[in-house]
Structure formats: structure tokens, C-alpha cells
Design a protein around this ligand. Structure first.
Ligand code: PLP
Length: 393
């Protein structure tokens, strides 16, 4: 019997990958499955970015790079943050990591241990809780509520901080809800945090360009009051349709940067060199593809929300960010996970049950609209017919 340490009994995963596997299996059996489960853009990485990676390989970038990433890329990240938010960031605080996830992995490892508490959004990205539990820290969910348009509440967040709190995780625009927290609420949170100097903040801003209806992103780097204890999580996966390239970046306070660099040296050494050159082209090359993708997402967003609100027992607030809709399905009489499972098995539509994102996700399912408009319309049709045939009370 292998004796793997008990922490691995507590580590979780992302059910989205299990749903993807099941959807693929059903497709293999010849079933027509529409996948609204997976959280990745259905666009190809723009060709100029692909070409930059090919060129890097041809130019001989085959070796290790510095653990924190190549300097021109760290400079480009700093310049991009300055261009978009006016934030002043030293390239020495920027770290290139293999995907957005790695920043949360490192940050939670740095602050989590038995006896401390870590606050995280619920419903929220499932890896937050999984990693908190792995470290033995106590996960404290911050409820993200539909009545607030799925923005977080500063007051409620602050009320959950105790002398044991070491890390607060926030995420806007948010997965799985598409919620965007207004600036006034962020201002309030930051003001309140001044009373809790021991609490580090990790702001997951991976959807920062995926905003609609004229929303503007509120970057936490713009709050000098907390910048000495702020970890910014961001990356290329969503904005540039680069999920498979594994390219992310983070901005760290000085001491934490050293710790993160050592974690990199002790695990993956550095991010794939050619992917870093692709990331450089993404930030410094033309941005038209990003705009085109966002316009397409916006069209689909409107179609998804309008379609969902016509279904029996379903209501959906309009998401202002990311590429997810998080409809309330309570009035259908179904529990969320059985509904998501029945939709996949019986209606051929992959979605994710809200409880896969935390206990406060019960009563909701997540639909990713990273699929064609035609498929979205077909999926809505199928869900409507399924609910018509399978009313619960
Ligand atoms: N943070 C959030 C909120 C996400 O939704 C995701 C991916 O779905 C990530 C981080 C991780 O991104 P990556 O694929 O770059 O690791």
C-alpha cells in the first residue's frame, strides 16, 4: 500500500474536466453533444502569436529561461499594466508562470497552514477551496449573491475576517457567475482592509478584458494602500485564447516574489521558452483579435440570457463579464447537479452544476457561451424541451 501523505486526501479538482471527459465519451459513442461546460474560448490563438512561437523555436530558444521569465516579457507585462490601468509595476515584481492556476497554487501554499483561515468566493473557481484544504488551512467561503448581480459584498467580506485570516481571494470578472464587482464596492473593501494589515489579498483578474456593457475593469494594483500585500493573478489563457499554452503571470510583493521564484525553481524551472515569446507577441502585437472575440462573445451573451429567461422555471441575471451565464434554476424544482447530469445524458447539453463551484452554487447551473451562436440556440432549445418534459415540483 503506497503511503501518500494525508493532505492528498483533501485535495479536490475541477469537475469541468470530468464533464468534458464524459461529453467526449458520449460523442465517441455517436451522440450529438453540445458542450457549454468547458471554460475556454472556442477561438484559435491569433496567427501572429502562433508565428512568434514558431520563430522563437527556429531562432534557437530551446533552453531554460530565468525561473521568473524572460526580461522582455516581464517588461511587456509591466508596460501592459501601465497602458491599461496606469499602474506602475516593476518588471522585478512580475513573474511568468505556467498558467493562471499556478499563481493561486503558490499563493495558497505561501499563506495556508493549519490554524489559519483563508477567505474565498463561493460560488467560485473550485481550485481555491481545493488548495486551501490541501494546506490544512480553514476555507471560509464568502457568499457571492445573485441579489448583488454576483458582485462580492465588501461588508460581508470584511465581516468574515478574524485574527486568524491570512489571505483573502477575490475574483472579478468572475467565474462561474460572470459577475463584475463595481468600483465603489472595491473601494469600500480596500478601505476596510486597512484595519487588517496581516491579511494578504490575491486578486484573480484573469478575465480583466472580458467586460461588456461599457464596464471598466477595476485593477487592484491601483490601490497603493494594499499594494505591499497584493498578489495579482492574470494570464493569457482567456484573453488570447491560449489555454493550452500554459501562460500566466503574477505580480507579487517583494518577499513573496522570492518565495514564488523558489517554488518555480523547485518544480518547473521556467515556463516553456517559445510560449514566452508567443506571450510577448500577444501583449505587444495587434490587439484586433481580442476585440473581435469580445464582440462575438457579447452577441452570444445576449442570446444566451434572452433564451434562458424564456425557459420554464429559469431566470438569469445578465452577466457583465467573462463568458459564463449562471441561471437560477430553483423554480424548475430540480437540484442543480442532477439537472446538469440529466441535461448531458438525456438532452445532449453539457453544463456544470452550481455546487461544483461551492455550496452557494446550489440552485444554479453554469453555461459557458464559448460555443457558436447556432449551437447555443440548439442547446437552449434542447434544455427547454427537456424541462417541458421533466417538470418537478
Ligand atoms: N482563475 C479563474 C477565475 C479561472 O476561471 C481560470 C480558468 O478557468 C483560471 C484562473 C486558470 O487559468 P489557467 O487555465 O490559465 O490556469
Amino acid at each position: 500500500m503506497l503511503e501518500i501523505v494525508p493532505a492528498f486526501g483533501r485535495i479536490g479538482e475541477e469537475n469541468a474536466f470530468a464533464v468534458l471527459a464524459r461529453a467526449t465519451e458520449l460523442q465517441r459513442q455517436g451522440k450529438d453533444i453540445i458542450n457549454l461546460g468547458i471554460g475556454q474560448p472556442d477561438f484559435a490563438t491569433p496567427p501572429n502569436i502562433v508565428e512568434a512561437a514558431i520563430k522563437a523555436l527556429k531562432d534557437g530558444h530551446h533552453g531554460y529561461t530565468p525561473a521568473t521569465g524572460i526580461l522582455p516579457l516581464r517588461e511587456a507585462v509591466a508596460a501592459d499594466l501601465h497602458r491599461r490601468f496606469g499602474a506602475t509595476v516593476s518588471p522585478d515584481r512580475v513573474m511568468i508562470v505556467p498558467g493562471g492556476k499556478v499563481t493561486m497554487f503558490m499563493a495558497i501554499l505561501m499563506f495556508g497552514q493549519p490554524g489559519v483561515e483563508i477567505l474565498y468566493p463561493d460560488p467560485g473557481f473550485p481550485i481555491y477551496r481545493s488548495m486551501i484544504e490541501f494546506t490544512g488551512a480553514t476555507p471560509v467561503p464568502v457568499p457571492i449573491r445573485e441579489v448583488n448581480g454576483f458582485a462580492f459584498s465588501a461588508e460581508e467580506t470584511l465581516s468574515l475576517i478574524t485574527p486568524r485570516t491570512r489571505l483573502l481571494i477575490i475574483n472579478s470578472p468572475a467565474n462561474p457567475t460572470g459577475g463584475v464587482t463595481p468600483k465603489a464596492e472595491v473601494d469600500k473593501l480596500v478601505k476596510g482592509l486597512e484595519q487588517f494589515p496581516r491579511v494578504a489579498i490575491m486578486s484573480d483578474e484573469i478575465y480583466d478584458q472580458m467586460l461588456y456593457d461599457g464596464e471598466e475593469h477595476v485593477c487592484l494594483l491601483n490601490y497603493p494602500e494594499i499594494v505591499d500585500r497584493l498578489i495579482l493573478l492574470n494570464g493569457w489563457s482567456k484573453t488570447y485564447a491560449m489555454t493550452g499554452w500554459r501562460m500566466g503571470y503574477s505580480v507579487w510583493p517583494e518577499r513573496a516574489y522570492e518565495a514564488a521564484r523558489k517554488l518555480a525553481v523547485n518544480s518547473y524551472s521556467c515556463v516553456n521558452a517559445s510560449a514566452q515569446y508567443a506571450g510577448l507577441e500577444a501583449l505587444t502585437g495587434p490587439q484586433d483579435a481580442v476585440g473581435a472575440m469580445l464582440r462575438e462573445f457579447d452577441t452570444r451573451r445576449k442570446a444566451v440570457v434572452a433564451g434562458l429567461n424564456k425557459l420554464p422555471g429559469v431566470s438569469c441575471v445578465t452577466p457583465k463579464g467573462a463568458f459564463y451565464a449562471f441561471p437560477n434554476i430553483k423554480a424548475t424544482g430540480w437540484q442543480a447537479k442532477p439537472l446538469a447530469s440529466a441535461l448531458l445524458e438525456q438532452a445532449g447539453v453539457a453544463t456544470i452544476g452550481g455546487p461544483d463551484f461551492g455550496v452557494h452554487g446550489e440552485g444554479y447551473i453554469r453555461l459557458s457561451y464559448a460555443n457558436s451562436l447556432a449551437n447555443i440556440e440548439r442547446a437552449l432549445d434542447r434544455i427547454g424541451q427537456f424541462l417541458g418534459r421533466n417538470a418537478r415540483d
